[in-house]
Design a protein around this ligand. Structure first.
Ligand SMILES: [Zn+2]
Length: 275
């Protein structure tokens, strides 16, 4: 029996965890999870019988999953440190994951925050080892704040890049930057050709508006809040929802500003608390 959930989608799909950065330099933001915490969480989940789903398995009805202890493990932003601190741990446990890439950032080694992103070469190598990659937009702009044409460009260009590099499978899913989505963005994603769309903690029954629970810095227990069915899990999801909404501060930092670096504004303005 599944516990209390915040939305309808959770009743028909497996739970989805969302990590951002694993290990590497400390930051002021809330999205970095230490390598040892991540390793402990994944090992505990594996020992408890949890298994990860591929994006394709996740897209099937819940009843087709072999075990109720299945979840979709996702990473946002595509930091290069995943290849060093996260993927090897998952390989050892027989886990897989889906990473949502900011497609214009792939191959960009350093932003102002000195955090490199995965390269296409790394992505292709890890894909060959059973990992999955999808879209997190072209430049990580908050889609709900953009004009319709800009939303279409962000979604369309990102999907085109992924399909061109990875084949049709690369264009299946999108995780909306900051989890920010509304009916208009959902329709744009549908028109662009996406089949699955991941929002914040609160989703609905639309496959392009699915729920996902972020794992933040304070979520250090063996079982992340997003997979707990007890009161602590419910509380943790409420807090994650609030923190996700607070990521609006990061968006404000990304509003157009005078260009001070040779990088595109959206890259130069990306804060370390990126969601
Ligand atoms: Zn993000």
């Amino acid at each position: 029996m599944r516990g209390v959930h915040l939305d309808v989608a959770a009743l028909t799909t497996a739970p989805v965890l969302c990590y951002h950065r694993i290990g590497g330099p400390l930051e002021l933001g809330v999205t970095r999870v230490g390598r040892s915490v991540f390793a402990r969480q994944m090992t505990a989940l594996a020992r408890a019988g949890w298994r990860t789903l591929s994006l394709d398995q996740f897209s099937k009805p819940l009843t087709s999953h072999l075990s109720p202890l299945t979840f979709l493990l996702t990473f946002d932003d595509g930091y290069a440190s995943l290849a060093e601190h996260a993927y090897p741990i998952l390989v050892d446990l027989g886990f897989t994951a889906t990473t949502f890439l900011i497609t214009d950032y792939v191959d960009v080694r350093y932003t102002w925050s000195r955090l490199p992103h995965l390269t296409w070469r790394q992505i292709e190598q890890w894909r060959a080892r059973g990992f999955h990659f999808a879209s997190h937009g072209a430049t990580h702009r908050r889609l709900t704040w953009l004009a319709g044409e800009e939303v279409a460009t962000e979604l369309g260009r990102s999907r085109e890049q992924l399909v061109e590099r990875l084949g049709p499978d690369g264009g299946t899913a999108i995780a909306y930057p900051f989890g920010a989505v509304d009916e208009r963005v959902v329709e744009c994603a549908r028109a662009a050709g996406y089949e699955l769309g991941f929002a914040g903690v609160k989703g609905n029954s639309d496959r392009l508006h699915l729920s996902r629970v972020p794992v933040y810095t304070w979520d250090v227990g063996e079982v992340p809040f997003g997979l707990r069915h007890d009161a602590l899990g419910v509380l943790g999801r409420v807090v994650a929802h609030a923190a996700n909404r607070c990521a609006i501060g990061t968006s404000i930092m990304q509003l157009p500003k005078r260009r001070t670096s040779p990088l595109p504004e959206s890259i130069a303005g990306a804060a370390s608390t990126r969601a």
